[in-house]
Design a protein around this ligand. Structure first.
Ligand SMILES: [Zn+2]
Length: 69
């Protein structure tokens, strides 16, 4: 059995943004490499006011994985 997946989203390997499986290109960084092996999710609304965004080096609002395996 593979590890349980928390959602159907896949995470961009470059910027960690979570995107729908049908998308082939990351809308944030243009990356094409994704993984389903990610943990934790944060929704960043205003990166300039978010400590988590600074920690994860997120510059654009969106949904992101906290950790990628
Ligand atoms: Zn990306």
């Amino acid at each position: 059995m593979p590890a349980a997946r928390r959602s159907n989203f896949k995470a961009c390997l470059k910027c960690k943004m979570l995107v729908e499986p049908e998308k082939e290109i990351c809308p944030n960084c243009g990356g094409r490499d994704f993984t389903y092996e990610w943990e934790g999710a944060v929704i960043i609304i205003d990166p300039s006011k978010s400590e988590i965004a600074k920690l994860l080096e997120i510059e654009k609002p969106g949904r992101y994985a906290i950790r990628i395996r």
